[in-house]
Ligand binder design. Structure first.
Ligand code: HEM
Length: 185
């Protein structure tokens, strides 16, 4: 299994928490800072119990991306850690039992044909850099941890993209979603 990446909220961290918004279901407790570990061998910061909360996930293989989409994404997306990208958003999400009861092809149809998730996302590339972590198989409270970085001037485009995604059929299966808005400390 890939190394476990973690996000710990507490009194220290490289990101200042500006807001925590409960979008669907239960939110997360307030905290001042967020520290992250890349999950690439780095030691976990902030020991257990120190942070207000810790969420964990692993980078995994893709499920729904077809070759042509992967090629387009690869040609347009930027990596994390760009100096100008001083804004970040952590969005942990859990999908419903109804979603997980579907077959793979049914989920792909909802994700792609019915919701155009990748098409909507592509509109904000390369301004927004992203990372998708899977947490469901770790027994975590969320199925996914999604992470986005962008420069302040891309905030409007990011918010518009988020609103479009939340209006899709795919999002009718989202039963818990929290938005953690961050600024590089
Ligand atoms: C920067 C724009 C975005 C792009 C380019 C993008 C692209 C993608 C791609 C290619 C996948 C499929 C991965 C796979 O094949 O398994 C994916 C999955 C996912 N994305 Fe996005 N996305 C974007 C924005 C977002 C946002 C804003 C959210 C959350 C609010 C989000 C949440 C997710 C989740 C939870 C999955 C996993 C879905 C599942 O496996 O059921 N994405 N995204």
């Amino acid at each position: 299994m890939a190394p476990v990446a973690s996000f710990t909220a507490g009194d220290t961290g490289e990101w200042r928490i500006e807001a925590i918004n409960a979008v669907a279901g239960e939110g997360l407790p307030p905290a001042a800072f967020l520290s992250t570990t890349a999950g690439e061998g780095g030691a976990e910061q902030g020991g257990a119990g120190l942070g207000a909360w810790t969420l964990r996930g692993v980078a995994s293989n893709t499920r729904y991306t077809e070759r042509a989409e992967a090629t387009t994404l690869g040609s347009r997306q930027e990596g994390l850690g760009r100096p100008a990208a001083s804004r970040a958003v952590l969005i942990p999400m859990r999908k419903s039992d109804a979603w997980w009861a579907l077959a793979q092809d049914e989920r792909r149809a909802i994700f792609a044909a019915q919701s155009d998730h990748i098409g909507i996302g592509l509109d904000v590339l390369p301004a927004v850099a992203r990372r998708l972590l899977h947490a469901r198989d770790l027994g975590e409270p969320f199925d996914f941890l999604t992470w986005f970085e962008f420069a302040p001037e891309a905030t409007g485009a990011f918010d518009a993209m988020l609103a479009r995604l939340r209006a899709t059929v795919e999002w009718t299966f989202v039963e818990r979603e929290v938005e953690v808005r961050l600024t590089r400390a």
